[in-house]
Write a protein that binds this ligand. Sequence first.
Ligand code: NAG
Length: 317
Amino acid sequence: PHGGAPLASRGQPAGVFERRYSLAPTSDGGMEEHILSLVKKIVPPLSGHKHKGQDGRIGIIGGCQDYTGAPYFAAISALKVGADLSHVFCTKDAAAVIKSYSPELIVHPVLDSPNAVEEIEKWLPRLHSLVVGPGLGREDFLLKTAKVIEKSKARDIPIVIDADGLWLVTKQPSVIQGYQKGIITPNFMEFTRLDTFHGVLQLSETMGNITVLLKGEKDLIADGSTVVTCSTEGSGRRCGGQGDLLSGSAGVLAHWAHTASQAGLITGVNPSMVAAMGASSLTRQCNKQAFQQHGRSTTTSDMIHEIGPVFKNLFER
Ligand SMILES: *[C@@H]1O[C@H](CO)[C@@H](O)[C@H](O)[C@H]1NC(C)=O
């Protein structure tokens, strides 16, 4: 069962999660509000004095012959949230397709090259965060991706792992375990594949307290010591690609949150948690507003159209 109370206590052995989870809603909603108020503090002010790239250069690892929509949605969402540049690292045959969707993305056809890791590594010094998994597929790119994640960790770059990237995590948890700038975003279905763990808090603890954003009717965000519900209302409509909007925006927000944390602008809360909460709230509100206009025919593109006004309403007032 889900939709219960926001939780705010330590992880404990199996069973406890379910028990706590069934408690009636408590006043812990204050935690959610608090974290959402911190999102406002991480948003970099728009000023004329910056040079291009300062608000974030985001890398998306994913995109193969069968899946070109997912990396596009993640990359364009990152731009719409406010990143300066979105890079997509995909296979050769996906690259032309993704470019044809948008001239605004930088697309690197490297994922199926024998030097994929080196090709991506070259760009890492210029990237502020990485989103791994949208449209990645489950071919041998996965093994290369693990190496890219290792290199990114060494550079201390925030990493969001979603979709097929989570498959990698189930096979090789150590790839992201304990990395405090890591966020994984399973949905309930992917979650059951991670079912050696009980509950989202335990999953987080088992993963070395990384931030877990569990997508569902209500999203749950855990970081090993805390679980918070994002209760921003969505709609009954789920469309393919919605998760990519979430992961792309989480990529940008993670960069902003860690930058703000280093500058002392937010304290006392895990920056990854702030990023995850912001992305969750934004995605759900985009879903709601798109649904109000398009109802059953709502698609992810409709949601992406809402990012600008929704972001402004949620985080810039
Ligand atoms: C995770 O957090 C819990 C609670 O704060 C702590 O007891 C535990 O040692 C942490 N684990 C790791 C790997 O940091």
